[in-house]
Design a protein around this ligand. Sequence first.
Ligand code: ATP
Ligand code: MG
Length: 495
Amino acid sequence: MFSLSKLPSATTILSTYSSLTAFMMLVKAIMNEAWSVVNQIIPQDFQTKILTKLGRLYRHPTSEVTLIIHEQNCHVTNEMFEASEVYLRSKTTNPSLEKLIVSKQPREKNLTITIEKDQEIVDFFECIQVKWKLTNKKNDSGRDSKFFELSFHKQYKEKVIGTYLHYVLKRSKDIIEENRTLKLHSLGMYGDRDESGVWKSINLEHPATFDTLAMDTNIKKEVLEDLDRFVKRREFYKKVGKPWKRGYLLYGPPGTGKSSFIAAMADYLKFNIYDLELTSIYSNTELRRLLLATKNRSMVVIEDIDCSVELKDRRSRHRANNGDQLTLSGLLNCIDGLWSSCGDERIIIFTTNYKDRLDPALLRPGRMDMHIHMSYCTPCGFKLLASNYLQIQNHPLFEEIEVLMKNVNVTPAKVAEELMKSDDAETSLEGLINFLESKETDCKKSNPEVEEEERETTNPKEGEGQKAGKGNKRTKKTKMTRKTNVIKYCINCDD
Ligand SMILES: Nc1ncnc2c1ncn2[C@@H]1O[C@H](COP(=O)(O)OP(=O)(O)OP(=O)(O)O)[C@@H](O)[C@H]1O
Ligand SMILES: [Mg+2]
């Protein structure tokens, strides 16, 4: 029961209050005294620093939440820590940073810039402000242990944990992909002891890109759209129940850019290449093992497929005892079956100089999704090469070259070679014209009917206009008067 007699009397309350007031005054006096002593002992700017630090520690004591992201959890790498490190590398332009660490790994393209410990980085995500700080402390075993402190207002706790951290994970993956050094894996051998191959990798440093590749503009556009569609279709492939893979057959004469195309594709997709040399594989089992050892987001390349699946010439010592030899059907089964369903984002590329020599099984619909023809150099391809090699978009000699090119088959490789012969654009272009003309003459000799036709269509005033300067004796014909439907002279006349 509540009893009034237990309440303190008014006199008691008053006397307690006066004692408390007297005590507070005493404390204040002591504090003032102490403060004046501190003022005398500790310099003013040092005091400011301490107060700022204390202020930071105790700022919004109740409104701020801090997440700790350790480098390791029970000796296992913490992916969130790694992702944060990578993510914060993209924030190093933050004006609040005073110290940064700069480094460069061998063969990496870019410098790596990371934050120094105790530096604070402010980041914004959907109007939320968060603060990152890398801290370093000795752990129980006396070793340095690193961790990130991620602080923000407590009202955003759900959003930061539920959304922002996932965003950091995703962004860091993208950043790694963007800066990835591409690898070229090819087959190394164990030596005589064992005939099985193993994948060995080196950095892929092929400079070809789709911008430098001279090929039919429409085909190039179609391929790029196809690749873009392919990489976006993870869910689509899942839905329709197909392995997420795509096959391309590149065909065309030597020197038309098939290998350069593969390098350009790898650069565009940022996929590693596995160069599968079938002539060094001797059984279907070995092929399967090698294909299963390839990683996702990669391209398996089999060059000159018409030659590599000819198994007749293989030396007997390579024949597997159990009769398990590499066969075309073994290869196709592997590509269509087990291997392709064991990974994601796989591309397989076959190249050949002779599409007509390929086994129909390779060409049947659905096997290679796209057949891409790499042709001899076209006038449009020549312009791209001239722009790349000579940095010119136009020149009076272009017209003559373009007409010659319509009549003579010349590979982009040969054009590139001619354009590299001199630093002077005109000299290079003249060299190319001389080459095309000599090839035209050779081909006419081996095809007299065409020569006859040519005689009828060449300008009768031919030879009048000798080229001025540089002592060039080339006869300047008015090529445009030729029949536009003239057949190409050397269909298989390679350099
Ligand atoms: N289409 C092209 N565009 C730009 N450069 C090209 C092209 N084709 C060839 N080249 C140049 O010629 C060189 C050789 O070409 P590449 O090796 O790609 O030809 P390929 O078709 O693979 O030949 P092969 O059938 O002999 O393997 C390239 O390094 C490049 O400099
Ligand atoms: Mg090649």
